[in-house]
Design a protein. Structure first.
Length: 456
């Protein structure tokens, strides 16, 4: 076990989280460009002469970023000893050890079995347990088609890339260095890193100096692990994505913030008062990497009565889930009566996201305790035509939450997430609703408040 407890000073924890990040990857993978992007968000810009080693304050973090020499695509079985020594010299700058290792992989370039063999050789030399501290960072995300997400890149990348993502516990992030305002991306990347650190209970990874010799059983061990990994990754990537992006929409006072807190398993959204700006929060929930955006409520009776700034804020909320939400959760209190006017208002508001939004919308009935034993199917039938028409408009995807029981029994939440995955699977080649990235419009504070993700 090559992990040791982190050593933060209690007084420093109040201000900034001290984290050491190590960048690894092949030559030309984009590590230096990533360093510059993170450097652009420094709180107190200074002249940094060493781009391979940065000590900067960014958002809620004090970061030590260490770049390493890029690996070469050698024709031999292993890189030359001098290259290994140069890399280890850079790694030592991250002493006593990194909290996170970022494996930089450019989008749009093949990741072959040969890439995997070299990467695997380099990473395993760092010591046991290294994969628990490693995240795959896809660069050149600007080359992604606007309607394509990184999940599709992993699927189409083949077995070696899928194996890499699986080894890293399905932790990955796509970064666009061409985006003019990088604050939102840097904030999200650091939150994912912090989430991984918290999964490791705040420990950093203590590396051991690699030797130039390998055990005789290495190749056999590598082959066995490769076969086992391939079986697991094929199963995983044929299923809907384990990372779910959810947009909460609905009337004012419908209970969207409470639903968001219930799904995350902790109090992240402020409930009991109107939501004024779209807010994004993340957590690990029952095996899913859940990203939820809570949006301001819209008018009950007409889209024209919803102020233009609120409509704009709602649409910007979808942009916080780039490349797009897997699901729009339309939150409706089960006690409310749906009239033709209310139903038309709901439809008009959903149309803000385009005609395809209905295929990605799931009606979520809140206040399920008010059913008093009546099934949700009976409730829909009893309320007549307008509710039935809404169900038909949303392709009959619906769920009910009893908030009085869900806090103690998380089965309702798990059932909901499974229904969302079923909807994603039904959408086939369009697993999410595409939206344009408008990161320049978002406030960094929306992304960084509450730096520690919840885990349930």
């Amino acid at each position: 076990m090559a992990t040791v407890s982190s050593d933060p000073n209690p007084a420093e924890e109040i201000t900034l989280l001290r984290r050491r990040l190590l960048l690894l990857g092949f030559q030309g993978s984009g590590k230096t460009s990533l360093m510059k992007s993170i450097l652009s968000q420094e709180k107190n810009p200074s002249q940094n002469s060493q781009m391979d080693q940065l000590s900067i304050d960014v958002l809620n973090w004090h970061l030590l970023l260490i770049d390493t020499p890029g690996w070469k695509l050698e024709t031999e079985d292993s890189p030359e000893q001098t290259d290994s020594e140069n890399q280890w010299s850079s790694i030592q700058k991250c002493s006593p050890g990194p909290h996170a290792l970022l494996l930089v992989v450019p989008v749009g370039y093949p990741f072959t079995e040969h890439h995997w063999q070299i990467l695997w050789t380099q990473i395993r030399k760092l010591g046991a347990g290294v994969w628990r501290h490693t995240l795959v960072l896809f660069t050149c995300a600007d080359q992604l088609p606007k309607d394509m997400g990184v999940e599709e890149v992993i699927v189409e990348g083949g077995a070696p890339l899928q194996r890499l993502v699986e080894r890293c516990g399905y932790r990955y992030y796509a970064f666009d260095n061409m985006c003019l305002d990088k604050s939102a991306q840097v904030a999200e990347l650091l939150k994912k890193v912090e989430e991984m650190v918290q999964e490791n209970q705040g420990w950093y990874f203590e590396m051991v100096k690699p030797t130039i010799f390998e055990d005789e059983e290495t190749e056999i061990e590598r082959g066995e692990e490769r076969d086992a990994d391939l079986r697991r990754t094929i199963t995983m990537f044929r299923c809907p994505p384990r990372e779910l992006r959810i947009l909460l929409v609905g009337w004012r006072g419908a209970g969207k913030s409470s639903v968001g807190n219930l799904l995350l398993g902790c109090h992240e959204f402020e409930s009991g008062r109107p939501t004024e700006v779209s807010m994004r929060r993340q957590a690990l929930v029952a095996g899913w990497r859940l990203t939820i955006v809570d949006t301001p409520g819209w008018d009950w009776f007409s889209v024209h009565r919803t102020p233009s700034n609120i409509r704009k804020e709602i649409k910007q909320g979808a942009g916080l889930l780039h490349p797009g939400p897997h699901a729009l959760l339309l939150v409706i209190p089960v006690v409310s009566t749906l009239t033709p006017k209310k139903r038309q208002a709901l439809k008009s508001h959903l149309d803000m996201f385009g005609e395809e939004a209905r295929r990605h919308t799931l009606v979520l009935f809140s206040c399920g305790d008010w059913l008093y034993g009546t099934s949700i199917e009976e409730h829909i039938q009893q309320n007549g035509g307008d509710l039935l028409k809404l169900m038909h408009h949303c392709w009959n995807f619906y769920h009910v939450l009893d908030c009085t029981k869900a806090c103690k029994n998380r089965t309702q939440v798990t059932d909901l997430l499974q229904k969302i995955e079923e909807m994603v699977a039904e959408n086939g080649q369009e697993p999410f609703l595409p939206v344009k990235c408008k990161c320049c419009l978002f406030s960094t504070s929306q992304l960084t408040k509450g730096s520690q993700a919840c885990q349930t």
